[in-house]
Ligand binder design. Structure first.
Ligand code: ATP
Length: 319
């Protein structure tokens, strides 16, 4: 389906702010009759790692495509490194590295040939050897791209995106399908970019990835940004939970601020006051001589946050 353009589209650029790598205001993107992005604002500061999280089909890839200059907006203003990606893509390309959700490789070329081709195409200097080493692809140098595993292709794609350490790197689900060691190496590469003063925007479905890497996140749902801020702020806005198994003969429960659910011997509590309620619960158990070998306490999970976003319970936190 083709994307359509109407007023306030390309050409309408946000005023340049030197502190911001990306400034998006009121972005709309349509695919025919369907509005995939419905008026979002995003600010990404220079030098930060920013993670775009969200439900399937929320509009993350569509948003990234507009930032990269591949997608057409139907409304709003977008400035990427002070440029409008819709009209100044060539100037932007020199300063930006991009990893798409699916790489567009020439399957017949080997890994080494692909990197050599990149070396000729991209103005930023870098060494194929460095990237083969960094992304653990040295042993695959002479293998054609078509014969790489999904994870190896992902790593090659990432190597091309970070080639020459560009000012801004945009990564669409960089670690999907990677084994734990490859994921760790990818995180290291992303952190290295930040240490070198670069800006990174990525999408991910993994909370632990956003936790490990991102300075700030935005969570999208159905074409809108439901919540934005640091992950700690977003998690803190949702109730934590704790659970324990109680002996069957204990019928009563202490009075808590949170919501208590008892299912046979299992007790689950959701609470905004984890410390207070847990203290009350533990004192109550100690007074009865009850042992709690499988006691568990945890902050809200991404599943809890997505549920809150889906059901409009999320209080929007702004940086
Ligand atoms: P996921 O997490 O599943 O990758 P996403 O947040 O990246 O999802 P998008 O790929 O941006 O979501 O898609 C947003 C919506 O736009 C979806 O409903 C999708 O079906 C629709 N969409 C995406 N590309 C097109 C297209 N070329 N034509 C029509 N609809 C599209």
């Amino acid at each position: 389906m083709t994307q359509t353009t109407d007023r306030a589209g390309p050409g309408a650029t946000a005023s340049p702010d030197t502190q911001l790598a990306i400034a998006v205001h009121g972005l709309h993107v349509r695919y025919g009759d369907f509005e995939a992005v419905r008026g979002i604002d995003l600010d990404v500061r220079r030098g930060e790692i920013f993670a775009l999280l969200g439900t399937n089909g929320a509009g993350k890839t569509t948003t990234l495509e507009v930032l990269e200059g591949f997608g057409t907006r139907s409304g709003g203003t977008v400035a990427v490194l002070g440029l409008d990606p819709a009209t100044e893509r060539a100037a932007l390309q020199v300063r930006m590295g991009v990893q798409l959700q699916e790489g567009g490789f020439v399957e017949e070329l080997t890994v080494g040939e692909t990197l050599a081709l990149w070396q000729r195409l991209v103005d930023r200097p870098d060494r194929p050897e460095r990237l083969l080493e960094r992304f653990d692809l040295r042993a695959r140098r002479d293998v054609s791209v078509g014969k790489l595993s999904g994870g190896e292709k992902r790593r090659l794609d990432l190597a091309l995106a970070v080639w020459g350490s560009p000012e801004l790197v945009i990564l669409d689900e960089p670690t999907t399908g990677l084994d734990p060691e490859s994921r760790r190496r990818t995180w290291d590469a992303i952190q290295e970019l930040q240490e070198a003063g670069r800006t990174v925007v990525l999408t991910t479905h993994y909370l632990e990835e956003a936790e490990a890497l991102a300075d700030r996140v935005a969570i999208m749902h159905e074409g809108r940004v439901a919540v934005t801020g640091t992950l700690a702020e977003i998690v803190a806005a949702q109730p934590a939970r704790f659970s324990a198994t109680l002996p069957a003969e204990i019928a009563d429960l202490p009075e808590l601020r949170g919501t208590t659910q008892r299912d046979g011997e299992r007790v689950q509590v959701r609470t905004d006051d984890l410390q207070g309620d847990l203290t009350t619960f533990l004192s109550w158990a100690a007074a009865r001589g009850v042992r709690l070998p499988d006691l568990r306490a945890a902050p809200a999970s991404l599943a809890d946050i997505y549920h809150a976003v889906r059901t409009d319970q999320m209080e929007v936190t702004r940086p």
